[in-house]
Design a protein around this ligand. Structure first.
Ligand SMILES: Nc1ncnc2c1ncn2[C@@H]1O[C@H](COP(=O)(O)OP(=O)(O)O)[C@@H](O)[C@H]1O
Ligand SMILES: [Mg+2]
Length: 291
């Protein structure tokens, strides 16, 4: 088991602090990094993968600074970048062989590993199809298989669920859950439901900062007593929408049922509801004057 420790990590681009003051320690498990576009997720992941150096602070793996570990660290690491480049004319199998060669895997090991991975990501029956014929979900799965070739103990996946349909999301979730048992898995997303149930811990990023961290239950606990059901007219709904965070809205033609997040009761008839991770995420990341 490895310990990956970020100590007061900052990354500055010219005049922008993309990552600010991040202190965090990862051990085995699945970590979901949640944040809006521009929150700093990709930058943080690049720092963790050693693709970029922090402007300030240190990142250590088992107490050694990763920048000094070189190949030793890369051996532990699997990284699926947000923009994952592939070779359209390669077949799935050839692509994995090629990537295995780049990672300097011995040939026999590579063949065995490719078999295992094609089974795991359920692409065995299309192994001889060219990647240009693959759907978004199939490409994501081959991308994940590629990151797993060297059996990495630290796996970093940047928005791995982007472009997946609901069925593919379920399949993806099952793959990730099985991987988190004996390694560090960090995956980013801006879609809350993608990490619900699979992340052991959830990290919420906003404006480059880690503003919240905990298990799903711990994070939901923070929104307890602040989620309200309001049944109102269309006109009132519009008014509430301007004053409060509204996490859901359903109209039945006559009335509108709103799910409002507010520390104070938003209106007299409002009833308290149980919070969800989505509610908690909105509560942490959206701020309005009223809350
Ligand atoms: N190479 C770069 N040069 C300048 N600014 C950048 C660069 N990469 C990212 N940024 C900025 O840093 C912030 C964080 O970006 P990013 O890490 O990509 O966030 P996320 O992955 O959460 O969408 C954004 O405001 C983005 O515009
Ligand atoms: Mg990103």
């Amino acid at each position: 088991m490895h310990e990956l420790k970020l100590m007061d990590v900052w990354k500055r681009y010219k005049d922008k602090d993309a990552v600010r003051e991040v202190d965090y320690t990862f051990t085995n498990g699945v970590y979901g990094l949640l944040g809006e576009n521009g929150a700093g997720k990709t930058t943080l992941m690049r720092l963790i993968c050693g693709v970029m150096q922090p402007t300030e602070g240190k990142i250590c793996c088992d107490n050694l600074e990763i920048s000094g570990m070189g190949a030793e660290y890369r051996k532990l690491l699997g990284y699926l970048p947000q923009e994952f480049g592939f070779y359209p004319d390669f077949t799935a199998e050839r692509f994995l062989r090629y990537m295995a060669a780049l990672k300097a895997l011995p040939k026999d090991d590579a063949e065995k590993r490719i078999e295992e991975l094609l089974t795991m990501v359920e692409l065995k029956n299309v192994r001889r199809k060219k990647l240009k014929t693959f759907s978004g979900g199939m490409l994501r799965r081959i991308g994940i298989a590629q990151t797993l070739l060297n059996n990495p103990e630290i796996l970093v996946l940047d928005e791995p669920t982007a472009g997946l349909d609901p069925k593919e999301r379920v399949r993806f979730r099952n793959i990730i859950s099985s991987l988190g048992k004996d390694r560090i898995v960090l995956l980013s997303t801006h879609i809350v439901s993608d990490i619900e149930y699979i992340a052991d811990r959830i990290l919420i990023m906003k404006n480059g900062e880690l503003i919240q961290e905990g298990t799903e239950a711990e994070i939901i606990e923070k929104v307890k007593g602040h989620v309200w059901k309001c049944i109102v007219s269309e006109k009132e709904a519009e008014c509430l929408g301007q004053r409060f965070i509204v996490s859901n809205m359903r109209s039945n033609g006559e009335n509108v049922e709103l799910r409002v997040i507010s520390e104070k009761q938003p209106m007299r008839e409002a009833e308290l509801l149980d919070g969800t991770l989505e509610d908690a995420y909105l509560y942490e990341t959206q701020s309005t004057e009223e809350t």
